[in-house]
Design a protein around this ligand. Structure first.
Ligand SMILES: *Cc1c(COP(=O)(O)O)cnc(C)c1O
Length: 429
């Protein structure tokens, strides 16, 4: 996947590459080193480029969310994350620089770290983080289309579950839904007609997520919608950052087909993408709005942004995930570790727990993503229905019954918990 750690489509001179490699000892992810190297090389005489780059990297490192000692005497310091929490940054500190700029000593923005890193990881100019993807869609519509029309294909007026229904979110945002096409077929000309009427400020593409339309169908892709002459927002939902999965040594798993990536949607011409933090991104509950800097800025400036902002715990967890993506270290993200462990490894674990009960199982992505997709897996298959007994244990084990047997799928069990699973299964008798 050479080159795709860079802003998609851009190439860089060898001097930038060389300098970025020379900066590896700083410990920051390579794409950030490339950014610093590029800026330093562009900045003047080659002699001092490395020194300038190191200074920029030091600033970047300093600007990450870190633990701080609050010696201000202000017990609930808003810039330091208000009430102290148990070690949100994992370094034992009780406060963070959530809204504090360590360089200037003045107020900073909580959108500076995780959001900036995620923007970098998906090749966007800018990004912001809100409470969840529902908030992200609502805020984007409110900030960009209140009192105006938003064109959406009738085939994408979906309900995701838990009350997220596109027409209702639209109504709450103050934007007016302009339905386009039919349930099964929507064409570019349908969109062109409503845009020509002058009533729409925005075109919204919604990932169907939890259902499929098969048969006599037609849909308009992001690339075509990008030619309509109004901003295009693509609600991706699932939060697959890059369809090529460069953070996995073997690329995307075979069951991850046709899932739109944020990188690809932006490359195809989406002006903004929205996605969840806790679906395929593998982070905490959050929503991400990424894309054109002016549109992200409009979202940041909207009064709803304050109501929808996440706290320091979420930002710290999301920063960790974003850094793992920039490092291309998928194994540092528990979701991807769980998603890519081989069936052979799972079988070995199952046999170590109870050879007589080890068997093949079928896992699913879940979370309202990838409907009907099955992931080959392995675990323990215990004759009879034991789900109540397993749930009553300490810790509770949540299993399911398939054709009269209790299935304990090990794909979603952390290996450290195998001994507890073994004990619980031993007790079933
Ligand atoms: C899941 C999903 C949402 C809602 O995301 P939350 O983070 O749960 O609020 C919105 N849009 C799409 C397309 C989704 O798949």
């Amino acid at each position: 996947m050479s080159g795709s750690d860079d802003i998609p489509g851009a190439s860089r001179p060898p001097s930038v590459d060389r300098l970025a490699r020379a900066l590896a000892d700083t410990g920051l992810p390579h794409p950030l080193l490339v950014d610093a190297a590029r800026a330093a090389v562009a900045d003047g005489d080659p002699e001092g480029a490395e020194e300038r780059a190191r200074a920029m990297i030091a600033l970047t490192a300093r600007n990450l969310l870190v633990g701080v000692i609050n010696a201000t005497g202000v017990l609930l310091h808003t810039n330091l994350g208000r009430a102290p929490l148990a070690a949100p940054t994992g370094d034992g500190r009780r406060f963070t620089n959530l809204e504090f700029d360590l360089a200037s000593g003045s107020r900073g923005s909580r959108q500076d770290r995780a959001a900036r890193l995620l923007a970098r990881a998906c090749g966007a100019e800018a990004a912001m983080v809100v409470n969840n993807c529902a908030s992200a869609v609502m805020l984007a519509l409110a900030a960009l289309a209140t009192g105006r029309g938003v064109a959406v294909s009738r085939g994408e007026l979906v309900e995701i579950g838990g009350g997220f229904r596109i027409p209702e979110v639209m109504a709450q945002s103050g934007a007016r839904l302009v339905e386009v096409g039919t349930t099964n077929r929507t064409r570019q000309s349908d969109f062109e007609a409503v845009v020509a009427s002058g009533e729409v400020a925005l075109a919204l593409k919604v990932h169907r997520s939890n259902y499929r339309i098969v048969g006599f169908t037609e849909a308009v892709g992001v690339a075509e919608m990008a030619g309509l002459g109004v901003p295009v927002v693509a609600d991706l939902g699932s939060g697959l950052l890059d369809a090529a999965c460069p953070w996995l040594a073997d690329g995307p798993p075979s069951w991850l087909t046709d899932e739109p990536g944020a990188v690809q949607s932006l490359e195809a011409g989406a002006d903004l993408v929205t996605f969840s933090g806790d679906k395929l991104l593998g982070g905490p509950q959050a929503g991400v709005i990424a894309g054109r800097a002016d549109l992200v800025e409009a979202c940041t400036a909207h009064p709803l942004a304050r109501a929808l902002r996440p706290g320091g715990l979420v930002m710290a967890a999301l920063q960790k995930v974003a850094l793992a993506y920039l490092e291309r270290d998928g194994l540092a993200i528990p979701f991807w570790r769980m998603a890519t462990i081989t069936v052979a490894d799972l079988r070995t674990r199952a046999e170590a727990i109870e050879p007589g009960l080890a068997g093949d199982t079928v896992a699913t992505p879940g979370g309202g993503t990838l409907p009907g997709v099955e992931i080959p897996s392995a675990g323990l298959v215990v004759p009879g229905d034991h789900v109540v007994a397993l749930r009553a244990g300490d810790p509770p084990i949540i299993a399911r019954v398939v054709e009269g047997s209790t299935v304990v799928d090990l794909r979603t069990v952390h290996p450290d918990d195998d001994p507890l699973v073994a004990k619980a299964i031993g007790r079933l008798g």
